[in-house]
Ligand binder design. Structure first.
Ligand code: 0O2
Length: 201
């Protein structure tokens, strides 16, 4: 890594602060207007330099600040965990409408889960940060998912860590089966919530 990595890491911190504030505001507005809270919790993190280096190595790129900027799209990461499937899409919708966040890419791993069974909605967004002499746009990954998807992903993450090499077929199959069960559960919970709302109305 060349020396301006420290400055780059600082810019990631600025971007994280900006996106956190923007998300808090648009979600609060949604809650106020709809008298409903779609978000269970939000987690944020900046990827460590060590973890970014691992990702570059995995992708086969030489280690440099330039390659980090070009090929690691989740140095700044936000995870929004919602109650119901419909909440996930509502949150995507309000983020898309925000004037202060530019959408670069959308990946709907709910409609098209990954081979592992991983399911979540990813937005790669560009967050403007105002520096002394210029404006820079910092890539940020926003993962939006239900609590059930989050449960699956966190167990999957632990499994990946445990078997740093190859995950046994038996474990991968079990995890895939769990992802199918989780999809069924999310749909059932959504249906149940609609019934409850019908009674409320
Ligand atoms: P960590 O430790 O969570 O940060 P890209 O990041 O865009 O260069 P890719 O693979 O095209 O690379 O991105 P993708 O798959 O759209 O998003 C990557 C992130 O999604 C991962 O980041 C995970 O957080 C999550 N993810 C994707 N697939 C899986 C999966 O099978 N299981 C789990 N638990 N999470 C997954 P990192 O950097 O790999 O990990």
């Amino acid at each position: 890594m060349n020396e301006d990595i420290e400055h780059l890491m600082l810019k990631y911190e600025y971007a994280l602060q900006k996106i956190e504030t923007e998300l808090k505001i648009i979600i609060k507005e949604y809650e106020f207007n709809n008298k409903y809270q779609p978000v269970e919790h939000i987690k944020t993190r900046i990827k460590t330099k060590e973890s970014a280096i691992k990702k570059l190595e995995k992708k086969g790129y030489p280690i440099s600040t330039e390659n980090l900027k070009k090929h690691v799209h989740d140095m700044v990461g936000v995870r929004i965990v919602c109650s119901f499937l419909s909440d996930v899409y509502d949150i995507v919708n309000i983020i898309e409408k925000s004037e202060n966040i530019k959408i670069k890419e959308k990946k709907d791993y709910i409609a098209n889960p990954k081979e592992s069974g991983y399911s979540s909605y990813h937005l790669i967004v560009l967050v403007p940060i105002y520096l002394e002499n210029n404006i820079e746009y910092i890539e940020t990954e926003i993962q939006i998912r239900t609590m059930a998807m989050d449960f699956w992903a966190s167990l999957d993450h632990k499994i990946q860590y445990k078997f740093s090499d190859v995950i046994p077929d038996e474990v991968r199959k079990e995890m895939f089966d769990c992802s199918v069960a989780i999809k069924t559960l999310d749909n059932k919970m959504l249906g149940l919530n609609r019934i409850v709302n019908k009674y409320k109305n």
